[in-house]
Every structure is written in C-alpha cells, then in structure tokens.
Ligand binder design. Sequence first.
Ligand code: HEM
Length: 150
Amino acid sequence: MYIGLLHLHSALRYVVVLLLIVAIIKAFTGWFGGKTYTESDRKLALFTMISVHLQLVIGLVLYFVSPVVKGALADMGAAMQNTELRFWAVEHISTNIIGIILITIGYSTAKRASIDKAKFMRTAIFYLIGFVLIMSAIPWPWSRVARGWF
Ligand code: HEM
C-alpha cells in the first residue's frame, strides 16, 4: 500500500501544479481584465481545491505508514538535526497544510464575495500564496531532499 500511495501522491503533484497555474492565470486575467466571473471560473477553482484536498488525504495516510517518517518520529531530537528527516517529519507536512488552508480560504471567501472583481482577486492572491508554499515543499529532483520525477 505504501509504495502505491507514494506513486499516486507523487503523480498527483503534476495535476495540482497544473491546475494551480491555470487557476491563478485565469484569476489574474479576470481581475485585471475586468471580466465576468463565470461558472467555469468557479469550477476551475473548485477542482483545484479538490486536488489539493486529495493530496492532503493521501499525504496524511502516507505520514502514518511511511517508514521514513516513522524512523524520524522515533527520535525527533536526532531527526531535527538531519535535513532529510526534518523535511519529511515537519517541513513537508506543515508547509503543505498551510498552503492547502490558504487555498481553501481563497475558494470560500471568493464564493462569498458579491463582486466579480473581488472573486477573482481573492482567488488570485490566496491561490498564488498557496502555490508558492506548495512548490517550495515539493522534493523536486534539484532540491536538497531530491526525489525522482514520478
Ligand atoms: C499539494 C500538496 C502536496 C504535494 C504536491 C506533495 C508532493 C509530494 C511528493 C512529490 C512526494 C515524493 C513522492 C516520491 O518520493 O515519489 C511526497 C511524499 C510524501 N508526502 Fe507529500 N505532497 C503534498 C502534501 C502532503 C501532505 C499535506 C502530507 C502530510 C499530511 C504529505 C505527506 C507526504 C509523505 C509522508 C510523503 C512520503 C515520505 C516517504 O515515505 O518517503 N504530503 N509528497
């Protein structure tokens, strides 16, 4: 189960990154272009939020079955001194959860706004900050905690 979930979680990152990029570009162009907020804008923001929530659920399961995290949690003192173990036990989960919370706030506050410009603006700002946080917490092949592309 662990390996299967790890691959699913790893592959889903591309869906998350792609949806976030499209949703952010559409939100900014809608905001600065004075466009009408349509049902397809809302659906795009919704599917993007669902994709990060799915990552959260898979990530939470992984957190409790991962041998890497288990090893780190067994000795947190030592794990905090180790770049890789600290990343998996603390940094990856906390940074991503903050990013996911911001995206959720962006979706729900945009939904409640009555003016189209405000809907686009809230989506643009919250999704952009969430995106930056999530991108910074992905173990890209060039990062200090490098993992493969898939
Ligand atoms: C949108 C948010 C997230 C993205 C894009 C993301 C991405 C990734 C990627 C690319 C990997 C490496 C997969 C591999 O080695 O093949 C990974 C591993 C992992 N992620 Fe996430 N993740 C996200 C959120 C979370 C959250 C919220 C949690 C915890 C609640 C979490 C827990 C884990 C764990 C435990 C591992 C595996 C560590 C291991 O055993 O090697 N992730 N994640």
